[in-house]
Design a binder for this molecule. Sequence first.
Ligand code: FES
Length: 112
Amino acid sequence: MAVALCRSDELAEGQARGFDPEQRGKDSIFALRHQGEIRIYRNSCPHLDVRLEYRKDRFMSADGQLIMCYAHGAQFLPDTGECIYGPCLGEKLQAVTWQEEGGWLVLQATQI
Ligand code: FES
């Protein structure tokens, strides 16, 4: 089974969006666009396995250049998910495999 998240053109440069494909009432993954490329990661900080955002869809720094964990201020590179500042320095967000189908971002159920 596959799950469509959103249209890829709904993700603006430097912005992120959380999704709840399991419908558990919390966004378990998030997608972002950075330098034109879309990335999808699990919404789990390598530091303490908590969600990153401070409110709905707020995963990025104000300038849209870094992913932030708002629990303790860790910063991650959008293209690799590597932590470059904070308590989980050098660890990585877990990337999720996806594909684009007819302009939609699609995950296989095994990725959820
Ligand atoms: S839980 Fe993310 S920096 Fe501590």
